[in-house]
Design a protein around this ligand. Structure first.
Ligand code: ATR
Length: 262
């Protein structure tokens, strides 16, 4: 039997085992997928398990998408561009880091038929998933991207890769069409310390978080009359691409799959 897992900290919220075990069953693949709570100091040892094939494939979630990079042998073009890895696989004795978040975000936006062209985007959070979202938005032709992060240096690091974005000081809210929560705030039902509470209407609030399905960020936005979307479809599409990398099979995304993620 093959072993797969997702690593992160915290990890309780992750629904990756649910979706991948469902697809393993459907495709009659003899494999099991588990959650693995790790500390940063354990990342190197973890990659060794992929090298020795004790683990066949893994997903990486908060807060390790950037910090896993130095321990890998090679990166895909997308992972290299974003310095962010959410999928690991041992191919021909090299442990390779892939990024399926870019495709995941782009497909999720296409799924709801939302037009990104000429839109002003405000991203909150310069953590592990931020560069993937910027990459997808630029691919889709957005007008401009404002980025804010509690720790300024992290947004400055992202600007070194994506030169066209504008950095906004924490606490300032620029004019936007879409605001994206790319922080980990909301996983524990906590609230982002930003004054988004003024009566924005007819804007689009997107949260990368899918569990809980409605964070405070989305609840408040919905109550104020805005369009909202959580990270569920992004999660499903990134998982779909990871599954294909590991198993060379594209599993089905149908109502049964979507209903697994509540
Ligand atoms: P990493 O920061 O190691 O890349 P991550 O989980 O991918 O890990 O990113 C967490 C993101 O959530 C970061 O943007 C972080 O902001 P800081 O860079 O200032 O730490 C953001 N974040 C976490 N807790 C936060 C909070 N209470 N308020 C605002 N932003 C927060």
């Amino acid at each position: 039997m093959k072993n797969f897992c997702v690593i992160g900290n915290p990890i309780d919220h992750s629904l990756s085992p649910k979706i991948h075990n469902h697809w393993f069953n459907e495709n009659k693949i003899d494999a099991v997928y588990k959650k693995n709570l790790l500390q940063t100091s354990e990342l190197e040892k973890f990659v060794e398990k992929l090298r020795s094939l004790e683990i066949t494939g893994a997903n990486v979630t908060v807060p390790f998408k950037n910090s896993i990079v130095p321990f890998l042998d090679k990166l895909s073009v997308e992972a290299q561009k974003t310095n962010s890895v959410n999928t690991i696989f041992n191919e021909g004795d090299k442990v390779i880091g892939h990024n399926t978040d870019i495709a995941g975000f782009e497909l999720a936006i296409r799924y709801i038929n939302y037009e990104i062209k000429r839109k002003k985007i405000f991203i909150i959070g310069a953590g592990g998933v931020c560069s993937s979202i910027i990459c997808a938005l630029e691919n889709m032709g957005c007008e401009n991207i404002f980025l804010t992060n509690r720790t300024l240096e992290k947004s400055q690091k992202i600007k070194k890769i994506f030169k066209k974005i504008e950095i906004v000081k924490w606490g300032k809210i620029p004019d936007f069409d879409i605001v994206i929560n790319a922080t980990s705030v909301g996983l524990d039902n906590d609230t982002i310390d930003l004054d988004l509470n003024f009566p924005h209407q007819n804007k689009f609030f997107y949260d990368v978080i899918y569990n809980p399905s409605e964070t405070h960020f989305l609840k408040q936005a919905r109550e104020n009359g805005n369009k909202t979307e959580n990270g569920k479809m992004m999660f499903i599409y990134q998982a779909h691409q990871s599954f294909a990398i590991w198993n060379k099979v594209f599993p089905k995304i149908d109502d049964k799959t979507i209903n697994l993620i509540k």
